[in-house]
Every structure is written in structure tokens, then in C-alpha cells.
Design a protein around this ligand. Structure first.
Ligand SMILES: [Fe+2]
Ligand SMILES: [Fe+2]
Length: 187
């Protein structure tokens, strides 16, 4: 993978060392789609690529470890996160990136923080990451038939994809709460 100004060879090397193969592959697929979406939505593609590559940096932690880290970093835990600690990997990841990876781009850190469940105050970069994370090609294994939503995402990141075709399709709604898809889509 070629490196750009933000995605350095050192960063790629660290990612390769710290992420398991499955998470790394997911992050690379997410980055590829994030770059495409960024180009359509006025977001710097290199920032989108970086955000996507590092968004799951805390996905490797167990639920117990995530809870311990949340307490160590002073991160508030919602009732839903206490019930499904895996949902904390966005918040924990943002904190790790700030503390240990030297990432100072607050908008990028916000995007990582919100990438799991989204939020009504997400900026353009966060929206690009959120959608790319949910629509990267392998998601079809869990949520079949995503191509129409991918085409829609190029036009409008806030679109809801028309009439949902079942519970799984509804998982793509930005306003959905974590309880709706905290399991299989939590990566
Ligand atoms: Fe994730
Ligand atoms: Fe992800």
C-alpha cells in the first residue's frame, strides 16, 4: 500500500504489528471505501484514509480490558456500554490514539470515537468513517444486498436507504442506538 503524507510507513508498520489480520484487513477495506466517499463529500481523502486505518485500534481488547481502560482514562460508561463493553472500543481507541500514537486531530479522534454507533453531531469526516465502516465489502456477509445503500452513500451520507428490508438493513440508520447492532457489527 502506498503511503501518503498522513499515512506514514511507520504508522502502517505499527498497524500491522498491533492489529490482528482480520481487523487489519477490515480497516484496509474501510479505508478504501472511506477515500472514495471522502472524494464525493468534500472531505480530505488522506484524513479519511488515516481515520479508517486506525479506527479499530482498540478492537483487540477484551470486554474486561475495555472496562478497565475506560476507568483508567476516566471515560464515562453508559448503561448500554456496561451491558455491551465491546461498544467502548471507539472511545478507548480514540484515547489510545491521542495518548500513545500522537494523533492530535480532534475531528479525526471524534470520528474514531463515534464510529460504532454514530451520533447526531458527527462532522463530515465522522460520517464518512461511520458509513465506510458499515458498508465495506465484507459487511455483505452480515447484511446482504448493500449495493443500493453504497450507491446512495455516494450521493448523501445522511440518507437512510429508503424502506428497510428487515432488521439488518435498519442497522445502517445513523440514529440507531447501540442496542440495535452492538453484536455482529461491533468491529
Ligand atoms: Fe469498530
Ligand atoms: Fe470497524
Amino acid at each position: 500500500m502506498a503511503t501518503g503524507s498522513l499515512v506514514t510507513s511507520d504508522l502502517l508498520q505499527r498497524l500491522g504489528a498491533e492489529l490482528d489480520a482480520e481487523t487489519l484487513a477490515h480497516s484496509e477495506r474501510t479505508a478504501e471505501l472511506a477515500v472514495q466517499l471522502a472524494a464525493h463529500h468534500g472531505v480530505d481523502p488522506e484524513r479519511a484514509r488515516l481515520a479508517a486505518l486506525i479506527h479499530d485500534v482498540a478492537d483487540c481488547y477484551s470486554e474486561r480490558e475495555l472496562l478497565v481502560l475506560a476507568e483508567r482514562y476516566g471515560i464515562d460508561i453508559s448503561l448500554t456500554e456496561a451491558r455491551v463493553p465491546k461498544l467502548l472500543h471507539g472511545k478507548i481507541g480514540a484515547e489510545i490514539l491521542r495518548r500513545d500514537w500522537g494523533i492530535t486531530d480532534d475531528e479525526l479522534l471524534d470520528a474514531v470515537r463515534d464510529h460504532i454507533t454514530g451520533g447526531v453531531r458527527m462532522g463530515p469526516l465522522a460520517r464518512v468513517l461511520f458509513v465506510a465502516d458499515k458498508l465495506e465489502p465484507e459487511r455483505d456477509r452480515h447484511f446482504g444486498g448493500l449495493d443500493p445503500i453504497r450507491q446512495l452513500a455516494v450521493v448523501n451520507l445522511e440518507a437512510r436507504g429508503g424502506e428497510p428490508r428487515g432488521g439488518d438493513a435498519e442497522a445502517l440508520r445513523l440514529e440507531d442506538g447501540p442496542a440495535d447492532w452492538g453484536g455482529q457489527a461491533a468491529r
